[in-house]
Structures are given as structure tokens and as C-alpha cells.
Design a protein around this ligand. Structure first.
Ligand code: GBH
Length: 478
């Protein structure tokens, strides 16, 4: 019987890569072992009030010691791929000079374990853990950090290039620049809009310089990419003010990175909107050509839409009078006339509303903007307050429904022509959720932080079936 809107099976190509995603600081622990030095997140997490209940990544999921078990877990779920990041301060503690052998050995063992189990590694060089010494020298707002990043990329390529073929330079440079140096809710916790815009450029430059180094160091069949978190921006109404707000946020969330990386330019409207904050003199001749490197893959991370409106002079007066909005540091330099709204509909435990259309639209956007470049979803998933029942099982139907909706959205983008090659679910394990510490659980595998026991949730079994069959299984009904 056909009770739903469609009973045709949603099928993916046989070679579609099904995987999960993690990041070094969020799972590894072993923060003081084998020569690792503090990253900006180790430092930030120790600042009072920075992270929920003072949590930090000292132990996290203890993945540094438990990686064989974690790879077994992936293999047991039939995963074809695994996206992880390398901790910069583990392999190059001061951010300069030679590599630490033990740090490289860890990633070599991890990769070998993956390859042995037929899980394709996708290596991310930078998922937000800058060596503290480089922050002490100025961090991403300093141009030198881009050169240091390229050098670090070279070290990792020399060590792992013979066994890793898929490489990503940066994860979500928007977060590094604008949450790290703008709003200050991420490490290093600075709140300087001009520094945030300089950081964005130096992340772009670091991406470009690292891509050049990787191209030269890696075998010809290596595939190079970057992970962005483009915003799916919706204007609250069709008014000119609201549409202009959407344009500004699109520039600051997405085009500030995709512009230079994919097209070798910063758009005029972005420059104009931020003129009061910076004169952009940190962009030197030749930088845009250095950033604009051919890529084999573009990786999209998507969770939730951004619903915006333009703030009128009258709204601003109400805000001033009621005392809202005036104190918080914005991660959107130059967009102070923009208000963000809760989108209608259901929300996850993060308070993020669910709108899978955004994923379809962003994939189609990049397939138009970057023709010939393979697309990957490298993060998508949801936090829910799931708990084990009396038998120790974790039933998480909301997460499965979220995944079902978003994978349907990926399929729609592919049906409309987007060349999507893989999907990496965030996340394999419950883990250190940045400023939220361990209070938010994104895993399809539950982690008991007392015992470090791993228990696959119901969503993991559902996802394993998808990986095995290539067909989207039904999701539990609400
Ligand atoms: C990703 O970041 C991270 O790559 C990953 O490490 C993390 O664990 C995962 O998502 C889950 O959070 O409210 O103005 O900040 C996603 C971060 C979340 C940043 C949504 C933008 C909305 C805009 N993004 N956020 S704002």
C-alpha cells in the first residue's frame, strides 16, 4: 500500500562513500602525551566560563588509546570511509620546525588500521586546534600563520602521503575566523572584528599555500579538498531590507571563503560592507592567485538554516531600550543591522531548527559554482538527549528521522545533477562539543564518559543498513 508520498526506494550509486566524521580535539584525549603541547582549545577550555561546566578535551573519548576498537566499530557498521583530523600540536608542537615522530606514528597506525578494514581515510589537516605558540605569536590574524600551516601540511603529506589519498585542508574556516576572533565563543576567544576578517584571509591563504604544497608532495591521484560550512540563508520577508540582510550574511558566511578559493576574488559587496572595519590592506598582490587553486573535491557541512531580517532604525531603538543585542559580540563583522530568527518547525537539542532543503540547495549551488568538482557532505547530523534504557540500548528515533530527511535531500540534489560522491555523518561518537563540552551528544555511538564504553545507538544500525544496501531504509514514525 502507498500511504506515504512516495514508495519508490531512494537508492544511491554503488560506489557512494558512506562514512562518519570526527575531529582530533573532540575525541582523542591524551592531551599531554608523546610530546603534544597545548592547542588554543586546551588553553581556552581552561578559561572560566568558556566551556560548559569547565569541560575540556584532556581525556575526551580516549580515542588516542582506543583507536583500534573504534576502527573495529566502524568496520562492524560497514562504513566505507572515515573523516578524521590531525592534531597540529601533536605532530608539530610549536607550530614550527621538525615533526614529532610519535605524533605521526599515531596517525600512521590509525590509517593502517583503517586501510586493513577497507575504510577509506579522509584526512583533515586543521579542525581548529592551532598550536598555542602560534596564537601567542598572533594566531590567524597574523599572515605568518598561513605560511606555518603550509609547512605543517608538507610534514603531514611527507609522512602519510603514501597511504592517504583524500585530503582536506581546513574544516569550517568560518568558525575559526568569526567564532574564534569575532564572537569569541570558540578558541582563542578574541572579540575583534578586524582581526576576524584578517583571520579569514589568512585561513584562505593558508588553504591555498597548503594546497600547492600537497599537490607537489602527493602522488598524482591524491584528491584535495576543503570543508566549508556555507550558510543556507533565508530572508524573513521579500522586503528590500530583509533581502539585503540575507545578501550580507551570504557574503560573510560563505562567499568570503568560496570567492577566493573557487573564483580567485573577494566580492565587491563584501569589501564594501566591511570597509568601516578594515581597509583590506592585508590582502597582498598575488594572494588571490595563491588561494585560487584547482580542487578535486568540495566538502559541505550542513546542519541548520539561517533566517534573517534587516533591522530597521525603529527595531534598533526598541533593542537599545530593552537592552537586547547591545552587549554580545557578533560573529558577523559589518552586519550589525541584521537580526537572526528561530526558523519554524522542529529543533534538535542544540536549538537548531531542521530544514533539509538547505542541504539540497547548497549542494546545487556548489555544483553550479564549481563544475567538475566532486561534492562531499562531510558533516551532517543532530544532537539529541538520548539515554540508555534498562537494557542499555539507546533508542534515538529523532536522529534517524533527521538523517533520513537530510539523505533524502542529498538524493534530491543528485537527481537534479549534483555530483555528490559521499556522506560523512557527524558523528561516529558522542564527543567534546566545543563550548558545550560533553553536554551535547551527536554520536550514532554512545560514549559512557565514566567507563569509555561504546554502545551503537539505533541510528547506527539504521545507518549501517543504508551503507550495506545503498538504499534509504524507512525511518521510525514520530
Ligand atoms: C561543526 O560546526 C563542527 O565542524 C564540528 O566540530 C561540530 O562538533 C559540529 O559542527 C556540531 O556542532 O549561531 O551564529 O554560530 C558547526 C558549527 C553551528 C556554526 C551552527 C554555525 C550557526 C550560526 N556551526 N552555527 S551561529
Amino acid at each position: 500500500g502507498s500511504s506515504g508520498p512516495s514508495t519508490a526506494p531512494v537508492s544511491f550509486p554503488a560506489d557512494f562513500l558512506w562514512g562518519t566524521s570526527t575531529a582530533a580535539y573532540q575525541i582523542e584525549g591524551a592531551a599531554q602525551e608523546d610530546g603534544r603541547t597545548p592547542s588554543i582549545w586546551d588553553t581556552f577550555a581552561r578559561q572560566p566560563g568558556a566551556v560548559f561546566e569547565g569541560h575540556n578535551g584532556d581525556t575526551a573519548c580516549d580515542h588516542y588509546h582506543r583507536y583500534p576498537q573504534d576502527v573495529d566499530l566502524m568496520a562492524g557498521l560497514g562504513m566505507g570511509g572515515y573523516r578524521f583530523s590531525v592534531s597540529w600540536p601533536r605532530v608539530q608542537p610549536t607550530g614550527r620546525g621538525p615533526a614529532v615522530q610519535k605524533g605521526l606514528d599515531f596517525y600512521r597506525s590509525l590509517v593502517d588500521e583503517l586501510l586493513e578494514k577497507n575504510v577509506t581515510p579522509l584526512l583533515t589537516l586543521y579542525h581548529w586546534d592551532l598550536p598555542q605558540e602560534l596564537e601567542d605569536a598572533g594566531g590567524w590574524p597574523e599572515r605568518d600563520t598561513a605560511y606555518r600551516f603550509a609547512e605543517y601540511a608538507q610534514l603531514v603529506a611527507d609522512a602519510l602521503g603514501d597511504r592517504v589519498s583524500m585530503w582536506t585542508t581546513l574544516n569550517e574556516p568560518w568558525c575559526s575566523a568569526f567564532l574564534g576572533y569575532g564572537s569569541g565563543v570558540h578558541a582563542p576567544g578574541r572579540t575583534d572584528p578586524a582581526a576576524a576578517l584578517r583571520a579569514a584571509h589568512h585561513l584562505n591563504l593558508g588553504h591555498g599555500l597548503a594546497t600547492q604544497r600537497l599537490r607537489a608532495a602527493l602522488p598524482e591521484d591524491a584528491r584535495l579538498s576543503v570543508s566549508l560550512n556555507p550558510a543556507y540563508v533565508l530572508a524573513r520577508t521579500d522586503s528590500e531590507a530583509d533581502r539585503d540582510a540575507a545578501r550580507r550574511i551570504d557574503a560573510l558566511a560563505t562567499r568570503v571563503f568560496s570567492g577566493p578559493m573557487l573564483h580567485g576574488r573577494y566580492d565587491d559587496d563584501l569589501i564594501a560592507d566591511t570597509r568601516r572595519i578594515t581597509d583590506w590592506s592585508h590582502v597582498r598582490d598575488g594572494d588571490l592567485a595563491d588561494i585560487h587553486q584547482p580542487l578535486d573535491g568540495l566538502c559541505v557541512n550542513y546542519y541548520t538554516p539561517s533566517l534573517v531580517s534587516g533591522v530597521t532604525a525603529e527595531d534598533a531603538e526598541v533593542e537599545r531600550r530593552d537592552g537586547h543585542g547591545a552587549s554580545a559580540h557578533s560573529p558577523w563583522p559589518g552586519a550589525d543591522r541584521v537580526a537572526f530568527h528561530q526558523s519554524p518547525g522542529e529543533q534538535t537539542a542544540m536549538g537548531w531548527s531542521i530544514d533539509p532543503t538547505g542541504l539540497t540547495e547548497l549542494l546545487l549551488r556548489f555544483s553550479r559554482e564549481a563544475p567538475g568538482v566532486a561534492l562531499y557532505v562531510t558533516e551532517n547530523g543532530a544532537a539529541y538527549d538520548d539515554k540508555p534504557d534498562a537494557d542499555g540500548r539507546v533508542d534515538d528515533p529523532e536522529r534517524t528521522r533527521y538523517l533520513h530527511q537530510h539523505l533524502t535531500a542529498v538524493h534530491e540534489a543528485m537527481a537534479a545533477g549534483a555530483d555528490v560522491r559521499g556522506y560523512f555523518l557527524w558523528s561516529l561518537l558522542d564527543n567534546f562539543e566545543w563550548a558545550y563540552g560533553y553536554s551535547k551528544r551527536f554520536g550514532i555511538v554512545r560514549v559512557d564518559y565514566e567507563t569509555q564504553a561504546r554502545v551503537p545507538k539505533a541510528s547506527a544500525e539504521w545507518y549501517a543498513e543504508l551503507a550495506r544496501t545503498g538504499r534509504l531504509p524507512e525511518a521510525p514514525r514520530p
